[in-house]
Design a protein around this ligand. Sequence first.
Ligand code: ATP
Ligand code: MG
Ligand code: MG
Length: 346
Amino acid sequence: GAMIGILGGGQLGRMLAAAAARLGFEAHIFDPATDAPAGATARWHTAAAYDDKAALSAFAEACDVVTYEFENIPVAALDCIEAFALIRPGRQALATSGDRLTEKTFLTDLELKTAPFAPVEDMASLTKAVEAIGYPARLKTRTLGYDGKGQATIDGPGELKDALAQLQDAPAILEGHIAFTREISVIAARSVDGSVACYDPGENVHRGGILHNTTVPARIRPALRTDAVLLAARILEALDYVGVLGVELFVTPDGLLVNEIAPRVHNSGHWTQLGCAIDQFEQHIRAITGLPLGPGTRHSDVTMENLIGDDITRLPDLAAENTQIHLYGKAEPRPGRKMGHINRLV
Ligand code: ATP
Ligand code: MG
Ligand code: MG
């Protein structure tokens, strides 16, 4: 079968590699860690740094298509890979979502609503930004943030200095705090020929900035469900996207705001493993290999719960009916580390 390269060997890469194997493909992981979770489910694993040009070239040369499980891949690495293999989703998706300022500008250009935002480089620009946006506000690093890392909330003028210091003067954006009623996400896919399939929006609960659980269907009006799916499709089109995309949304009394987009399979889409015939991992592999997409149809309602850090030592009754467990094979259950997840029919 064709060789699928995957940049990043975390749990997402692991589940992508398993889906690839099921479709008769081989997976080749590129991840610096020799014990990367995806290494165990892939045919090949190159354990080299993202600035190792020789290793990247050899990896790309061996692959028919290269995809990724995180959005902060160095541009030089992409240049190196693109000399030998197709990258799907394409670089426009990475460039857009890898920087919160670029991302929010792209979304507002598409006439989608986001939290009010302004770029911040220093105290002067931060002061100007809070004058426009008001309190409470949230300062976020433009790049590299995940699981709520690289963020500081600002409740008043006395907290400006600390917030800047907390971000260690990294380029940032200030966002207005949104008093959302719920958070939802849409997992959407687009194929090489431009057809689109979306899963129903799931409702997400975060704890300490980290996704804790997702339930489908989200408790929202049918009109909002349509809005969510249509806006996801608009994003896919605008990026000429191939693959699975996660769109995180805030539900407010005035409709939906886009929080952020992730150009990859998404933690809030893990429920599809139990709720759909074709889950998000298979959907992504289908999309990037030019196979027809599966429908986004959900046959069952599901709750997905993440096992984070120590949760792994307190597993629920695994013999319970309608319960599916996924463990990522990570040795160290560090605080905040995603160790596995549980899908349950509801
Ligand atoms: P991820 O792991 O999803 O990539 P991240 O580090 O990129 O997370 P965000 O998604 O920006 O962070 O924020 C994490 C969570 O913090 C959000 O899901 C939401 O609960 C809350 N949050 C973020 N921005 C805002 C905002 N402007 N107003 C209110 N809540 C917010
Ligand atoms: Mg994010
Ligand atoms: Mg997020």
